[in-house]
Ligand binder design. Structure first.
Ligand code: HEM
Length: 114
């Protein structure tokens, strides 16, 4: 009887550890793109990456370019009335409820050309 209780406690503990690991892994955000692989786009070039018709969806904030192509929140490059392919610095800071905090959940893939 005592043995059964011990085993159950062990299984509970291991489940807890696994859940904690999964949680921490998902908090880390995407792997950073190495400096040499970062792309550079002008605002005009960025406009092509609007997520429409199968094109990738990129957004710019504070001079950095983020890839939201695989984000379920940015389907077809659209997110709560905003469209990919644009510099959304003002909008994310002043209108969105989350501010810039959500940017760490998507990969930073490049920088805007001056
Ligand atoms: C009124 C405007 C907006 C609303 C109501 C809104 C709302 C949301 C919500 C509810 C989420 C999901 C939060 C979560 O999973 O914890 C989200 C994610 C996100 N939002 Fe917004 N948002 C707005 C504007 C913007 C703008 C202007 C940007 C521009 C850069 C932006 C970028 C993002 C990003 C990058 C994510 C994370 C996507 C992901 O993890 O896949 N949002 N937003």
């Amino acid at each position: 009887m005592k043995k059964m209780k011990k085993r159950r406690l062990m299984i509970l503990f291991l489940t807890f550890v696994m859940a904690a690991c999964l949680f921490l892994a998902s908090c880390g955000g995407p792997e950073p793109v190495p400096e040499e692989d970062l792309i550079e786009l002008t605002l005009e070039e960025l406009a092509e990456f609007d997520g429409q018709d199968g094109r990738p969806a990129y957004i710019a904030v504070d001079g950095a370019i983020y890839d939201v192509t695989n984000s379920t929140r940015w389907r077809n490059g659209k997110h709560n009335g905003y469209t990919a392919g644009n510099d959304l610095t003002e909008e994310i800071k002043t209108i969105s409820p989350h501010g810039v905090s959500k940017l760490k959940t998507v990969p930073m893939i490049g920088r805007l050309k001056e």
